[in-house]
Ligand binder design. Structure first.
Ligand code: HGY
Ligand code: MN
Ligand code: MN
Length: 410
């Protein structure tokens, strides 16, 4: 279907991004809206209010996913768009939020233009996409699309000792709509790239080809706390040193494997965490990712082997547990090609690229034609209070979203 003349109201979309960004605003700029916190509740209330103003029929499911549906001239499964509104603790205005508010902007423009689509349209925000407070990431959309168990996710304990089910109850978003088999006609998500590729190339639109595999592991080294001054080096069982060796190993592993392999140690917590005490415990997280499924398994196997090796050398105990694991996902050619052609019709430079970050879209991909639209991140920065995307890029992404959704919904 050719591109129509309808365009989004970019000023309104930017205003709403700013409004939502006030829920959990950090003093020096940026946003902290961790999943199921009071800030998340405030953001949810604001967005649900906008959904209702737009005449959407709002449903809240048992893991707190919120889906607003706009009827079509026909019944049947909706074309779904959306993303997440939870952020990491040092987040920005755009990660996730742009996809949800971009979807609402499309609805607003269709309402104003009096356009009815054949198929219903739905805009959703999914609980705990980030996984920063409660692992795994993409929890809400994973349950929504049947790849994660509702019961298991509800009982998940977060980094602060709270459970998902208690926090859902506490913020009033433990919905009663069953989840796990929501049928979507198609799924399309607008999102910032969160990397440097589009900006470096001067490309405005990314027609996303898929998402790389993700492997999160929590490791606990248990040594012996002892006096930092009196304990001979040969007698130490230093959990802190084991953690440092592992951190260095992860960086070396990515260098040796090269290609798309990335590895991050994002959190290290020592006990008792004191200047003159050899650490008895070290709890750390490892995030390994690769676009190639077999190489990701190879990286994991080398990582697990090293755990045993360093534990033996340092004389510490080691335990580990998986916090998240998803295979690489391919999006659907029919959706990717539509994003490309509308970007071209709208006069925007476009290219195909894989996503380095995980997204809710990857949970829909096994079940329906799915895809994503990327817009540039300034300096490739994200998961950082300095996250920024130019208004003209938001406009371009929003218009490609509008045109592609119109085509998918008929
Ligand atoms: O970790 C990720 O890739 C996403 O931001 N949850
Ligand atoms: Mn995101
Ligand atoms: Mn994110």
């Amino acid at each position: 279907m050719k591109t129509t003349s309808l365009r989004i109201d970019t000023a309104r979309l930017n205003r709403r991004l700013g409004e939502l960004g006030k829920r959990g605003a950090l003093a020096g700029g940026g946003v902290c809206r961790l999943a199921l916190t009071d800030e998340d509740r405030a953001g949810r209330e604001l967005v649900v209010g906008w959904m209702r103003e737009l005449g959407l029929e709002v449903a809240i499911d048992r893991i707190g996913n919120v889906i607003g549906i706009r009827k079509g001239s026909q019944d049947g499964p909706p074309v779904v768009t959306g993303s997440h509104i939870d952020t990491v603790a040092t987040g920005g205005l755009y990660d996730g939020n742009l996809g949800v508010l971009g979807g609402l902007e499309v609805i607003a423009r269709l309402n104003e233009a009096g356009i009815a689509t054949e198929k219903p349209l739905a805009v959703g925000f999914f609980t705990n996409e980030e996984g920063a407070r409660f692992a795994p990431d993409m929890m809400g959309s994973g349950v929504h699309q049947g790849s994660m168990s509702l019961e298991q996710m509800l009982s998940t304990v977060g980094i602060d000792g709270c459970t998902v089910v208690d926090e859902l109850e506490r913020i009033g978003y433990a919905g009663d709509v069953p989840c796990g088999n929501f049928e979507a006609q198609a799924y399309l998500e607008l999102h910032i790239e969160q990397g440097p590729v589009l900006e470096q190339e001067g490309t405005v639109i990314g027609a996303v080809t898929g998402v790389q595999g993700i492997s999160w592991t929590e490791v606990l080294f248990t040594g012996t706390s002892n006096h930092a001054g009196t304990t001979p080096m040969s007698m130490r069982c230093d959990a802190g040193h084991a953690a440092a060796e592992l951190t260095t190993f992860v960086r070396g592993l990515t260098r040796e494997m090269g290609g798309a392999q990335v590895g991050t140690v994002g959190s290290i917590r020592l006990e008792p965490d004191l200047i003159n005490v050899i650490a008895s415990k070290a709890k750390l997280t490892i995030d390994l990712r690769n676009t190639d499924a077999r190489k990701l398994v190879a990286a994991e196997q080398r990582f697990y082997a090293f755990l045993e090796e360093i534990a033996g050398k340092e004389g510490v105990q080691v335990e580990h547990r998986s916090l998240a694991r998803s295979e690489p996902v391919d999006f659907h050619e029919e959706v990717i090609a539509r994003v490309e052609s509308h970007a071209q019709d709208l006069g925007h430079p476009v290219r195909r690229l894989p996503s380095g970050a995980g997204h809710d879209a990857q949970m829909f991909a096994p079940n329906c034609p799915s895809g994503m639209i990327f817009v540039p991140s300034a300096k490739g920065v994200s998961h950082n209070v300095r996250e920024f995307t130019e208004a003209e890029h938001i406009e371009a992404g929003g218009n490609v979203l509008l045109q592609t959704l119109l085509e998918l919904a008929g």
